[in-house]
Design a protein around this ligand. Structure first.
Ligand code: 1CP
Length: 343
């Protein structure tokens, strides 16, 4: 017998009343799980997400193990880039590394277009398999243009995004051409995930907090508005997340997006007091999971009390789970969120 479909997460995205606060975790599939580490030994990162049965298994694992209210497709924000001419690899302990960084207008013009059915059929197949197997919503996702561009231009992870901003300031026409190419890729990729059965999508703009408000408005907001307007036509909820981007909240609140994901630096109260009227998601500091259970419970309570003041709240961490966190801690936290908020 299959379980009835749990739509609590989708209701919260739409700011409807829910019987309890739904919860899922960024990077809920990952190296903190012994099962993930065992599978990862057998495959390269991209192989894992490109063998549909393996992708589905890794996606399902945290749902079964933790009892979370949503699954997130197992892939990476860099996954589609390989198919438009970016030579990317995921190096263990580092992250994405690019052999042919984008530095000039010519480099930008050489990038191709994504054709999801031809380029990522295995990812779409995994979405279809998961839809048969899951009784919680499946979140599809993609990287946002600024964050993708930062890896493409720097060649890997960066601390200051100097080359990225350098291209943005020195060659605005190349920059805007790059944003448009990546924006188009994001739209077709997410629409294909939605057509295959994803119930919601999250757009990860992890590193856009490196820009101030003025530059965000000039160099990034137009492409985000374009992406979100396109996605709006599908009717599925859209979440926008970034790290260290609290200073951009007023800008984000003007975009046609349903849910804003907060990192741990900005409280739910302060976001709402600044006029943010979207649904909110977040935002326990992921490092707090190394603290005592008493501390974790106290901080989770504080966040939940603020979140529950209005409909439209989803519990999550402020960023992804670190590899040294215990599975049991996340199981306990998930149960706590459900029990504490059940009415
Ligand atoms: O469980 C899930 O959350 C789904 C899978 C998922 C998602 C949504 C992975 C698997 N990556 C992502 C998104 C992602 N990837 C982001 C946005 C969210 C965030 O900020 O964490 C970013 C910036 C990346 C890029 C990336 N890929 C990094 C960060 C590097 C840096 O700049 O600090 C890393 C370490 C990866 C590799 C990766 N992606 C995913 C996993 C489980 C891993 C570890 C890979 C391994 O097993 O070696």
């Amino acid at each position: 017998m299959s379980k009835p479909f749990n739509d609590v997460f989708l209701k919260a995205c739409r700011k409807e009343k829910t019987p309890y606060v739904p919860v899922w975790y960024m990077r809920q599939a990952g190296r903190y799980q012994p099962e993930y580490r065992a599978i990862r030994q057998k495959y390269s990162f991209f192989e894992m997400s490109e063998i549909p049965e393996v992708c589905a298994e890794v996606t399902r694992l945290p749902v079964e193990q933790l009892g979370v209210d949503a699954a997130i497709l197992f892939a990476d924000i860099m996954t589609p880039l390989k198919h438009i001419g970016v030579d990317v690899e995921i190096k263990s302990g580092i992250g994405p590394v690019i052999a042919n960084p984008i530095r000039t207008e010519q480099d930008v013009s050489r990038l191709g277009e994504l054709d999801p059915e031809a380029h990522v059929p295995t990812i779409l197949e995994a979405v279809k398999i998961l839809n048969q197997q899951l009784s919680v919503p499946l979140i599809g996702f993609a990287g946002a243009p600024f964050t993708l561009a930062s890896y493409m231009i720097e060649g890997g992870p960066s601390k200051n995004y100097h080359k990225t901003k350098g291209l943005m300031y020195a060659a605005p026409s190349a920059w805007h051409a790059l944003m448009q190419k990546l924006g188009d890729m994001t739209v077709v990729y997410l629409k294909a995930q939605i057509a295959a059965g994803a119930h919601a999508v999250q757009v990860f703009d992890s590193w856009v907090g490196a820009l101030n408000e003025q530059d965000y408005r000039t160099y990034v907001a137009p492409i985000m508005r374009y992406i979100f307007n396109e996605l709006r036509t599908t009717g599925v909820p859209v979440i926008y997340f970034g790290i260290g981007a609290g200073h951009l909240l007023e800008e984000w609140n003007r975009l046609p997006v349903d849910v804003i994901g907060l990192d741990w630096r900005t409280s739910i109260h302060s976001a709402r007091s600044r006029g943010v009227d979207k649904a909110l998601q977040g935002n326990l500091d992921p490092s707090l999971l190394l603290g005592s259970w008493e501390l974790i419970e106290q901080r989770a309570k504080e966040i939940l009390d603020q979140g529950m003041e209005q409909p439209g709240y989803i519990f999550n961490l402020g960023h992804g789970i670190f590899p040294d966190v215990k599975v049991e801690t996340l199981q306990k936290l998930t149960s706590f969120v459900h029990e504490y908020t059940s009415r």
